[in-house]
Design a protein around this ligand. Sequence first.
Ligand code: SF4
Length: 443
Amino acid sequence: MKCCVVTLGCQMNQSDSERIRSVIEAAGFEMTDNEEEASLIGVVACSVRQKAIDKVYSKIQKWNKWKSQRPLITFVSGCILPADEVKFLGLFDLLFRMSELPELPTMLAQCGITTEFSVRNQTVELHREDERTDFWQVDPTYTSSFEAFVPVQNGCDKFCSFCAVPYTRGREVSRASTEILQEVEKLIANDVKAITLLGQNVNSYGQDKPDDEISFAQLLRKVGELGEASGKEFWVYFTSPHPRDMTRDVIEAIADYDCLAKQIHLPVQSGDEKLLRRMNRNHSIEAYLTIVDDIRELLPTATIFTDIIVGFTGESEEQFENTSDLMKKVKFNMVYVARYSPRVGARASRWKDDITLEQKSERLARLSDVLKETSSAHNQTMIGKTYRVLVERADKRMEGALASRTEGKLLVRIIDASEDLIGTFQNVKITSAVSLSLTGELV
Ligand code: SF4
């Protein structure tokens, strides 16, 4: 019997999918990417974006029609708002939270090959149990042979007013550091080249267990020690941190170990103090700039990425300009700009979404222009120099070229290179640069 798992949303969902796949394979299913040949189809959903939820509804309507033609069981898991859970219970045969993943084989066995609606009731009961963390002990079926995500923490206590994650994933729960380090050690032994430590609020790691767990900086140091002891070359990233928990000792730890990548993705969301308060971000612009200064001082080669929301409810032209000014000041290497849209469940969804789509698009375009300027100026300084890169895949835009990334996650297109190099580190001399990418040749 074959199973197809469709993953929507962020890297955390992708990581969850890797564990779901392992459990399903252990239950005797063969994985396929083709929904049409599967007798078990699941979706790892994302309630955080309306588009992703719309996709879930269109998928399940199609799958439920297929049930009149062949035996089929459907399931849904992932990041789901309570309101969506109730609706999904009427559409899918199984609904489970990641904390219930170890129960999945039992649920499947009870389903047989035909739909058993009684299973839904059992699943609802399981939801009321205390949050469990033993699903992290499931060995994931990694989708890549050279890049891997390692979950270190789940949930969020920050309650930013625009975000629904605390309502879909629940409160912060840290994974045992012994488990995290075992998983990292295995990945190093398997010659994985890029490891990303994942969490909704990754650098608040350990704060929910102050007496039993180490801090995020200490966790990074332990990963760094594993890297040094192995003598192998690999890069370790983490995402996403919150500025409020970005302490200097985290940056010091990154500086002390070669394997801890010199790349920081630090979401700021807005450059305006008042807007930051309405977003409930709980830090000031000054505090953010102090972190940037620490990064520049301790990690002089580091690239800095961020996330920004434009057109948040009530954002004035002047407040938007403050964000634009912050971008010019920090000179980010990459900025993921999102137009604000209300998320059902989030506090700000009750406030008026009073910035028009045209205004949001215009502000997004203006920030893109700022990014083009700062990133282009940085990338021009790289021309003629040689950088270590990790080759990721064949380049989609240029035939015969490969797409790779520097330690700072800058995209480098390598011309005239063999696909045998995918998954390896190479030295590349940069020959030309534009705003968001570079071109180079192997040396
Ligand atoms: S820190 Fe804010 S934006 Fe990030 S997951 Fe938590 S609530 Fe959402």
